[in-house]
Design a protein around this ligand. Structure first.
Ligand code: HEC
Length: 251
């Protein structure tokens, strides 16, 4: 029995050490629905977050790893996904006459880029490139916590700091200056489900959406993790009991 206890304690200890490690650093942590070993994505939050992306961030940031049909995973219906895709035009072709043509996007198309190319993106943003947001929570240190704080981190610059032309003071950006104007403020996106649309809520929802886009397999992975742990606990118990039985005669 002691062995099983030791095994369980080791497991609990391993999880705690891991949790303590990720608390390092000065980045404030946010409470996320998807944290913890049983964490899941809140579908309503994902849909609201997509609305924020679509109405605000999509003006400057691409998400080229996403297909419109991926939105089915977060609870949109086929008809909704079709309608969302059809708001954008994509270049297709060549047709029988050898010409390229534009047509409305379909669920099987990738998210349409707001700019034709990187140069146009820079030219429209004071020379700075708005990075693709498909896997941004993985591409930045402190992931979702950093992005949440960044969105909420616009402030009056301290007097001694000279903020460059077309730059904005942000507490969390490297060097405290960012070429992105504050994208979110209280009430800047309307919600249809009655959720309060203050800046903190809008930021939390859009970051939840970005986390899903970067790690859509998160729920499946956690689920499998729990099953694997349970499997080993059961297997451990059986092996222990079998060992006791086999050695009973020897003692
Ligand atoms: C008006 C255009 C514009 C809009 C709208 C916009 N961004 Fe940005 N964003 C930029 C630009 C430009 C940069 C690059 C900034 C830089 O390098 O200084 C950027 C950078 C970022 C970064 C990377 C910061 C880093 O650490 O390098 C993140 C994350 C981000 N934006 C998220 C968002 C989200 C989320 C939204 C929607 C709520 C949004 N942006 C809306 C233009 C925009």
């Amino acid at each position: 029995m002691t062995k099983i206890l030791i095994l369980i304690l080791t497991l609990i200890f391993t999880f705690n050490v891991h949790a303590a490690e990720s608390n390092k650093g000065s980045m404030p942590k946010h409470e996320w629905s998807f944290n913890g070993i049983t964490g899941t994505f809140d579908r309503a939050a994902l849909q609201r977050g997509f609305k924020v992306y679509r109405e605000v961030c999509a003006g400057c940031h691409s998400m080229k790893l996403l297909y419109y049909r991926d939105l089915l995973d977060i609870g949109f219906s086929e008809a909704q996904v079709k309608a969302i895709a059809a708001e954008h035009d994509v270049l297709d072709g060549p047709n029988d006459e050898g010409e390229m043509f534009e047509r409305p996007a379909r669920p099987a198309d990738r998210f349409v880029n707001p700019y034709l190319n990187d140069n146009e993106a820079r030219a429209n943003n004071n020379g700075a490139y708005p990075p693709d947001l498909s896997v941004i929570t993985k591409a930045r240190r402190y992931g979702e916590d950093y992005i949440y704080n960044l969105l909420m981190g616009y402030e009056e610059a301290p007097e001694e700091l000279e903020v460059g032309d077309g730059m904005y003071y942000n507490k969390w950006m490297d060097g405290n200056q960012i070429a992105m104007p504050a994208p979110i403020y209280d009430g800047s996106v309307d919600y249809d489900d009655g959720t309060d649309n203050n800046a903190a809520q809008l930021s939390e929802d859009v970051v939840t959406f970005l986390k899903w886009s970067a790690e859509p397999e998160l729920e499946v992975r956690k689920n499998l993790g729990i099953k694997v742990i349970l499997f080993f606990l059961v297997l451990g118990t059986i092996v222990y009991l079998a060992k006791n039985r086999l050695w009973r005669e020897v003692h």
